[in-house]
Each structure stands twice: as structure tokens, then as C-alpha cells.
Design a protein around this ligand. Structure first.
Ligand SMILES: [Zn+2]
Length: 85
């Protein structure tokens, strides 16, 4: 596995930390980066592409595109669940 050592990893929001991890890098896999092959039905992770079907479905029900949890207005559009101060 490549990437930062566990001690160097920043704390993640609980919803993101609970996501499945990419085997190669150990990164949490956002639901919008999971792609299903239409011919084989197998799922793959591609961090360079957004699954727009999943992204749209999550947005329509106001769920976070990074962790898939319900969050309301601010979480729907933010990376990291920032809240207004
Ligand atoms: Zn989230």
C-alpha cells in the first residue's frame, strides 16, 4: 500500500471513515467513485471519474456525495461537512 502512514493521516469525518477502503491506497471510497460495469455487473473504484447517476441520486435525497449519509443543505455541497460558523 502506498500513501501516508496511519499516523500521518488526518482525522476523517465519521461517515467518510466508515466507508469501504480502496485496497491499493487505503483511502475511503466515496459512493460517487464506484462504477459498475454494465456487461459484467462488477464494481470498480475510479477516483478520477464521478458516477453521475449515483451523484444525482444522492443529491436528490440530500445525501453527502462523499459518505452517503444524510446531512441537509450544508453537507450536500461540502467536502468535509463544514458548517457555517
Ligand atoms: Zn459526508
Amino acid at each position: 500500500m502506498t500513501g501516508p502512514t496511519p499516523a500521518a493521516r488526518p482525522d476523517l469525518p465519521a461517515g467518510l471513515a466508515a466507508r469501504p477502503r480502496d485496497a491499493r491506497r487505503g483511502l475511503p471510497v466515496p459512493p460517487v467513485n464506484v462504477h459498475t460495469d454494465p456487461t459484467t455487473g462488477t464494481s470498480t473504484v475510479d477516483f478520477t471519474n464521478i458516477n453521475t447517476t449515483v451523484s444525482t441520486e444522492l443529491a436528490s435525497v440530500r445525501r453527502c456525495s462523499l459518505c452517503g449519509t444524510e446531512g441537509g443543505y450544508w453537507e450536500r455541497s461540502s467536502a468535509g461537512h463544514a458548517r457555517p460558523s
